[in-house]
Design a protein around this ligand. Sequence first.
Ligand SMILES: O=C(O)CCC(=O)C(=O)O
Ligand SMILES: [Fe+2]
Length: 279
Amino acid sequence: MGTNQASQAPAISRVTIRHRTGSISTAEIVSVLKGEITALHVKQAFSTQLAEEITANFLGSPGLRERKDGVPGQYVGASHYRKDAATYFAESETARPYVDALFGNLVDPVRALFDALKRELHNQGIQLRLARSEHGQANICRALSWCGSGTFSLDPHDDVAQVLCAGEGYEISAVAHNTVAALNFYPSMAEEGGNLRLWSHKPTVADRKSQGVEATGYPYSAGYLRDIPCREIQLKPGDIALIDGGFVHGVTGQSGGTRRVLLNSFFGFARPDLVLWWT
Ligand SMILES: O=C(O)CCC(=O)C(=O)O
Ligand SMILES: [Fe+2]
């Protein structure tokens, strides 16, 4: 047996998705955080009014930027992906007023979830806080709209590689050894497509090396994923999806005039008594 993992079929891990309508409970968030369920889909979790306000503020934001890191999309806020800590935290500080302005004068639902989870974890002797460094502090979320054309508007990837390989000055690297929870609020969806597809596979470091995506976890090829079962979460404006970002996931192609916009954050255990939150 050689050490080349490329010849081995990717391991299948079971995906469990829980669906509900209305409020998201902290107990369910903790279930994803602890790896007990893979994904939680909450329909109609926030109001149409709030969804429309966030979408309009995103599209008209003076902080709206084009991604230049190889992932086609537009954003407001900061992404740690492929950035050193000094750059990411400085960008987070600069972008904060634009992130705050996404909510206008309405209550930020991501902050509300953060605060509720913080209270719940505090009762269990666990601290929840934003990731930070000498250069600044992470924001509560970033807003994104994917522009990929074709089979996927966001190619299949995992969210763990970028955390594991975050590099010096980041306190989040430790989270990569636990569940990296990815939290998505959807203010706007395309008329067709734009679903969140989850594959029954959690790549290892060896898997990523074999695919040449060791540091990024992006993108996994169609060939690599061909024989892995997958499921799709059908999203509507006002929905929340919370997933174990270690599973390969992507966003299906979209069509129609409406832009798909989401608010995204990541969080996970850095230590048994500390949960970090970043973007
Ligand atoms: O747009 C989505 O539904 C998923 C976003 C995502 O996977 C990411 O930002 O890493
Ligand atoms: Fe992701």
